[in-house]
Ligand binder design. Structure first.
Ligand SMILES: [Fe+2]
Length: 155
């Protein structure tokens, strides 16, 4: 079907599929981070409890942006947890109460998200999809900075 945004349907399809993979990883990452916010105990409780909240609130904004980008490209964003769990490379983390371990888990999550976003950046560049490109580069820039801060915290 004709679209009005000037990106070939073969390319919107590849982009949407990869964005759905990213969305799935974000949904699991989101729930993990909420779990960390709830279950954290001990040293630095107040700082980490707040930092995790900041991260999951930011994640929910990205989830909505990614889903709406998929719609803009003419596809349907995945909207069931059963599918997210099948697609997500980031595993579910349960009962995490240790601050440093939770941070290490976030770092592993960011590693996956950044890698997929960099792959999408490449596909978007090939498709001249400037809007997806801009989203991905914003996310990567923000998250690489967070990675630096979390690594500094763990030292
Ligand atoms: Fe809360």
């Amino acid at each position: 079907m004709k679209n009005y945004i000037g990106i070939a349907p073969e390319q919107t399809e590849i982009l949407s599929e990869k964005l759905n993979l990213l969305l799935s990883n974000y949904q699991v990452f989101y729930m993990n981070t909420r779990g960390f916010h709830w279950n954290i105990t001990g040293e630095k409780f107040f700082e980490l409890h707040l930092k995790f909240e900041e991260i999951y609130n930011n994640t929910i904004l990205k989830i909505d942006e990614i889903a709406e980008r998929i719609l803009t490209l003419g596809a349907v964003p995945i909207h069931s947890f059963s599918e997210y769990l099948v697609k997500s490379e980031i595993p579910e983390i349960k009962n995490m109460s240790k601050g440093k371990e939770a941070v290490r888990n976030l770092l592993e999550g960011f590693e996956v998200l950044i890698r997929i976003q960099r792959e999408i950046l490449q596909i978007a560049a090939d498709a001249n999809d400037e809007a997806t490109n801009a989203l991905m580069s914003d996310y990567i820039r923000e998250q690489e900075k967070l990675v630096w801060m979390f690594v500094a915290y763990l030292k």
